[in-house]
Design a protein around this ligand. Sequence first.
Ligand SMILES: Nc1ncnc2c1ncn2[C@@H]1O[C@H](COP(=O)(O)OP(=O)(O)OP(=O)(O)O)[C@@H](O)[C@H]1O
Ligand SMILES: [Mg+2]
Length: 236
Amino acid sequence: MDKLEIDFEEKVNTGIPGLDELLEGGLIQRSSVLLRGNAGTGKTIFAMHYLVHGALNGEPGVLLSIEEKKKDLYREGARFGWDLESLEEDGRLAIIERQSSYSITIHELERMAKSIGAKRAVIDSVPALFTSYPNELQVAEWRSAFHLLCQVLTESCGCTTILITEAGWSKQFPFEEYVPKGVIELSFKMMEGKARKFLLISKMREMRHSKSLHLYEITGKGFTLFRPNKFQRGGM
Ligand SMILES: Nc1ncnc2c1ncn2[C@@H]1O[C@H](COP(=O)(O)OP(=O)(O)OP(=O)(O)O)[C@@H](O)[C@H]1O
Ligand SMILES: [Mg+2]
């Protein structure tokens, strides 16, 4: 049998403090990862952090934002010191809003990703994308449409892709976690009367990743994971 060659250099840094070390250095280049969480867990901020880190380090990115308008994202990004508008003007970031049809949206995403040489992509969010064009796709077509979306972004465009989804959506869309290479879950848990936020890498093919719950916070600098024992030490 041929020896399996693994290129450990082919990793994409998320730029999120504490996360890359749990992923043996980062996400696998040109893979797709599902980012799932309840409302308000910080999925959009996670994705912006990932894209801005890439944009500032020579890896342009494209964001498909179905429900949030570009100007709202500019304003939200500014709260973390991220000048999304300037990054767009420089061709290091492209934010695409919902277009008039599903196929035009996907076409526009691919066109824009190629035109700026994007290496990173984010869909915010998969449920919003599929439900905003209810008459264009039947449930039975969703799996192949989802597969095609991942293929276009990772293979045709060469982007390492984050697909944002909602907790509970997999009941309607049970295959969404089987198509991407990895699944990262964000959740709240009540501890000592306070809602704490936790990240879990529940799946990451081809990787020996952490399987613990990791406490995270959203601060003025974006998304940050704490070391596993931070909370137990009473540091938070
Ligand atoms: N500057 C900040 N400092 C601390 N926490 C913040 C700050 N800005 C936002 N947050 C937290 O981030 C949450 C919103 O983050 P985000 O919009 O990324 O969530 P989301 O998971 O994308 O939500 P949705 O499912 O509604 O799209 C807020 O509910 C708040 O708890
Ligand atoms: Mg969001």
